[in-house]
Design a protein around this ligand. Structure first.
Ligand SMILES: Cc1cc2nc3c(=O)[nH]c(=O)nc-3n(C[C@H](O)[C@H](O)[C@H](O)COP(=O)(O)OP(=O)(O)OC[C@H]3O[C@@H](n4cnc5c(N)ncnc54)[C@H](O)[C@@H]3O)c2cc1C
Length: 425
């Protein structure tokens, strides 16, 4: 099947939704593609059905009324030439021709390997939160969370509210850095209120800075975790461990299009246009900054893509959210000890079973791929790539299509839909 539009938006999180609304309201034919079954992205997952979050409700209704078209379950896997995308939708494939493009592909958790991290029962921090929101039975289950930043508290609050017994929330940042970051929040009253609400919801839950996981233990699944808590070792028996250290942007598509990436984020101008003309990038792709950044940059990209001026107020809001994003990046930067947790036997690439020892002698990601098959499995390095960067400083190579696992058939241009034959009279 084939489709055409003025503007295609990849990703229906807050960033993509804001861009689509602004452009569609200006009269552009906008098509939004997302791999998920509903719009909302990571933070508003399920809100299209639940409607519990006021901000999400407002944007989702605006999107529904905007005239933008939405294709759920649409995974963009390749871009064989400028102005053309190849998309996999369940068993079928789709080719999309577009005039402009907004990349709003969001972020994923940063995993760093430690002994036992592949045991059943060990998940990402936000991954565990998402499963709990989606119905994973957590009541009376003992949970340890190890990570960093505001998402750690958000996950703890969700699990606690669903009846999970949160034994410890381990923040890796040193106390001075952590409280210094918290003190800066007075400039962002919304975030301050959010932080206060989360902390109030966690009354009685043990939290500690300068703390991280050393090892997950268990025979067939997780039974306990060995932790470093404020400089002392502790072993905690538990059912679940959520462990991940902040987020990293999903840069594969941006790299595939040849957009410039600097210090782990896509480079854009004040119109959110990347160095590749007619391609814009928004939200977490610009550096982890949360919902506010996604909405502001999304609106700016939607206005620019529809040739409307970007008001000064939005440009100032963008500068303000940047300051927050930079402070968050400093806070969440993994401490050196986290890079030394893996032993030679610890798997770094869990798709291809590549232990750390297999990378001995490799000088970069390319050699690690060629000689040890790091990142050659089904996730295509989406998990071990960021870990290898953190551990060895190996920057990601150029991305080759498909940027997500895809059927061979999805990588060729689908035939035109044949015209419906006229009935003989
Ligand atoms: C697991 C997880 C949970 C989170 N939970 C929270 C939370 O509870 N509270 C909070 O404040 N923040 C949360 N965040 C942070 C969140 O990423 C941002 O606050 C916000 O959602 C960013 O908006 P965005 O539009 O940039 O990206 P996202 O909301 O991440 O949206 C990106 C969208 O792009 C789609 N996509 C990506 N690649 C493709 C592709 N190739 N083809 C088609 N679609 C694609 C994804 O399916 C996704 O829906 C979470 C992040 C993660 C990774």
């Amino acid at each position: 099947m084939r489709e055409a539009c003025d503007l295609v938006v990849i990703g229906a999180g807050p960033g993509g939704l804001a861009a689509a609304c602004r452009a569609a309201e200006a009269g552009l034919d906008v098509l939004v593609l997302d791999a998920q079954p509903e719009p909302g992205g990571q933070v508003w997952r399920g809100e299209a059905r639940k409607g519990t979050n006021r901000l999400a409700r407002r944007w989702l209704s605006r999107f529904a009324a905007s005239g933008a078209r939405f294709r759920p379950g649409a995974r963009v896997v390749a871009a064989p030439e400028p102005g053309l995308l190849l998309v996999e939708e369940g068993p079928s494939s789709l080719a999309v021709r577009y005039g402009r493009l907004v990349l709003a592909t969001g972020a994923r958790e940063r995993f760093l390997p430690f002994p036992g991290w592949t045991l059943p029962g060990v998940l990402g921090v936000s991954g565990l939160q998402v499963l709990v929101k989606d119905g994973l039975p957590i009541r009376d289950r003992r949970v340890v969370l190890a990570g960093t930043g505001p998402l750690l508290l958000a996950a703890a609050a969700t699990i606690h509210a669903h009846g999970g017994e949160v034994l410890l929330v381990a923040e890796q940042a040193p106390a001075a850095r952590h409280w210094g970051f918290a003190l800066q929040l007075w400039r962002y009253p919304d975030k301050l209120i959010q932080g206060a609400v989360l902390s109030a919801g966690l009354a009685g839950v043990r939290t500690a800075t300068e703390s991280w996981v050393l090892e997950a233990r268990g025979e067939r699944r997780l039974e306990s975790v060995r932790m470093s808590v404020g400089g002392r070792e502790e072993e905690l028996a538990c059912d679940y461990l959520g462990a991940a250290w902040g987020l990293v942007p999903n840069l594969e598509l941006a790299r595939l299009f040849g957009c410039e990436v600097s210090r782990g984020a896509v480079v854009v101008d004040d119109r959110m246009e990347t160095r590749v003309p007619r391609i814009h990038a928004v939200g977490e792709l610009l550096g982890i900054g949360g919902v506010d950044q996604a909405l502001v940059t999304g609106e700016m990209a939607g206005l620019a893509a529809s040739e409307q001026p970007v008001p000064d107020a939005l440009v100032s809001a963008w500068r303000r959210v940047r300051v927050f994003a930079e402070a968050l990046a400093r806070h969440d930067a993994p401490r050196p000890e986290l890079r030394r947790l893996a032993t030679p036997q610890t798997l770094l690439c869990r798709c291809e079973d590549v232990p750390l020892s297999a990378l001995e002698g490799c000088r970069d990601l390319r050699e690690a791929r060629l000689y040890a098959r790091l990142g050659m499995g089904s996730c295509q390095g989406r998990t071990c790539g960021a870990a290898a960067e953190a551990l060895f400083g190996w920057a990601a190579e150029d991305v080759r299509p498909p940027c997500l696992p895809a059927r061979i058939g999805s990588l060729r241009l689908p035939p035109e839909t044949p015209p419906t034959p006229k009935r003989a009279s």
